[in-house]
Design a protein around this ligand. Structure first.
Ligand SMILES: Cc1cc2nc3c(=O)[nH]c(=O)nc-3n(C[C@H](O)[C@H](O)[C@H](O)COP(=O)(O)O)c2cc1C
Length: 479
């Protein structure tokens, strides 16, 4: 259950427990948890009152929204695993002249912890004092984060950590059929040997491990379904000095999945759409206007490529074919996109001018179908659009012989380079005659707004050349 991932990694990535352990021999808990160090030889079982404990139930819904954050999986075998000594040395160097100063790291850590705490508090997630943590954690929490000890820990955990670890261990042994919270360990499952792992086999068995900087050797013994790496701050000199093989972090992610992605039961994937109803009296009489309204709303909502649409063509044998294209213009004449006139879609359209467009705005639970007939746009219109594109895209259109097999990527790159050279003086790049636009003139629109429990509102508008012919209303159920 990766639900806690965004917060866990926000804490972990910029605030690795390993970075803040003052010496490889102290039993210091991760400062991300704001726990004071335990007394070295506890004389009694009296527990100090802690401001926070590592048991944080998380909201599944929120986590699901952030699932995409770190989906690029890397093979665990390709990733360097650190010994305790190397990990400690890297920490020292990170805090030395090579990387960050202690002040910077503390500031990063403080900021990320403060942000994580503020976010959790704004979600009404309670922070408990250690004595208020229930004895049995199995029923009240969805997820438990174990971030007590970093890689520098060794020896026998003292109070209150020994007791907390025991409670996590008892969770690990509950059968998989019974309800229990998932355990997420940060860097090292608390109580594990940094290099040997769970030596006597009686330790915490986390469902997820978030390694920091690079996985420590004990991570090889981790058998849970989710392994992530956080800590996108390792400078190049350290990477090369320790010959660290680390996976690339996708986009701006602060974490990346390593190891196998969990297998998913596709049939169990379902979202409950919660969105405003599409009421008849709110729909604009002209479907073009309704489309523009929804399109503008998709743009305002900041959706990525709201103009991406699936285009389905059908050849003369009746074989359909779909692909994505980008909408480049819409008005009462129709929907325009640009492509290569030698492509498969162009071939289909030359045989059969009927086609369908499909917009899907996932985040808004909306879909729009548009069906109609397609014609090439006038040459001047294609010319005008071609020259409005960035020069790189203009060259790309010349190079790309769409829907054909090429001898190799290098051929494409070489031709592109040659053209780049040829037009490096800034002279006009001529539009190739095999490139241009198409316009679909709609005969049917369907606006779909998802609702809860698979219900949805559908508004269909059929158009003939004179007027909107019929408006159908459906509120129906889909599978
Ligand atoms: C998001 C997205 C947008 C695309 N936009 C276009 C486009 O505007 N024009 C185009 O020719 N191909 C576009 N493509 C590539 C097409 O999907 C397709 O691979 C290509 O046009 C060849 O299709 P065909 O062989 O069926 O003709 C896009 C692909 C994606 C994923």
């Amino acid at each position: 259950m990766p639900f806690l991932l965004p917060t866990a990694t926000a804490v972990a990535a910029t605030n690795p427990s390993s970075l803040f352990s003052s010496s490889p021999h102290c039993q210091s808990p991760s400062p991300a948890l704001r726990l004071p160090p335990p007394p070295p030889a506890p004389p009694s079982r009296q527990l100090p009152r802690f401001p926070a404990v590592p048991f944080l139930p998380f909201s599944p819904r929120r986590g699901m929204a952030s699932r995409a954050v770190s989906s690029a999986a890397a093979a665990a075998a390709d990733v360097t695993h650190l010994t305790q000594r190397d990990a400690a040395e890297i920490d020292e160097q990170l805090m030395g002249p090579l990387g960050f100063s202690v002040d910077q790291l503390m500031e990063l850590a403080g900021l990320s912890v403060a942000a994580a705490v503020a976010e959790l508090e704004s979600l009404a997630i309670p922070f408990l004092a250690v004595e208020d943590v229930p004895e049995d954690l199995s029923s009240e929490f969805d997820i438990v984060i174990d971030a007590m000890f970093g890689f520098s820990f060794h020896g026998t955990p003292g109070p209150p950590f020994d007791d907390l670890i025991q409670r996590l261990i008892s969770l690990s042994v509950i059968g998989s059929s019974e309800k229990r919270p998932a355990i997420v360990s940060v860097d090292i499952p608390s109580g594990w040997h940094v290099e040997e792992g769970d030596v006597d086999g009686g330790g915490i068995r986390p469902d997820m491990l978030v390694s920091l900087t690079a996985p420590k050797l004990c991570a090889k013994k981790f058998t849970g379904p989710h392994h992530f790496l956080g800590g996108r701050f390792v400078p190049l000199p350290i990477l090369s000095k320790y010959e660290l093989q680390l996976p690339p972090y996708p986009g701006t992610s602060m974490c990346v999945r390593i190891g196998k992605a969990p297998s998913v039961d596709i049939s169990s994937l379902r979202e409950n759409y919660i969105s405003p109803e599409l009421l008849e009296n709110q729909v604009m009489p002209d479907p073009f206007d309704q489309f523009v309204r929804w399109f503008d709303e998709a743009v305002s909502a900041g959706l990525r490529e709201p103009n991406a649409m699936a285009l389905t063509t059908v050849n003369k044998e009746g074989k359909p074919s779909s692909r994505m294209v980008l909408l480049k213009g819409v008005d009462k004449q129709g929907f325009v996109w640009y492509t290569n006139y030698g492509s498969r879609k162009a071939h289909d359209l030359s045989e059969n001018h009927n086609a369908a467009l499909l917009f899907y705005w996932n985040e808004m639970n909306r879909q729009v179908r548009v069906e109609g007939s397609v014609q090439k746009v006038p040459e001047e219109e294609s010319e005008k659009y071609f020259h409005s594109r960035p020069r790189g895209s203009q060259l790309g259109a010349i190079v790309s012989k769409q829907s054909t097999v090429i001898a190799g990527r290098e051929v494409l790159q070489q031709t592109y380079k040659e053209l780049e050279q040829k037009y490096s003086d800034g002279s006009m790049i001529p539009k190739p005659e095999y490139w241009g636009g198409y316009r679909l003139t709609p005969t049917l629109f369907e606006f779909w707004q998802g609702q809860q429990s698979r219900l949805h509102d559908r508004y269909v508008s059929c158009i003939n050349s004179f007027a909107i012919q019929a408006i159908l209303w459906q509120s129906s159920e889909c599978l």
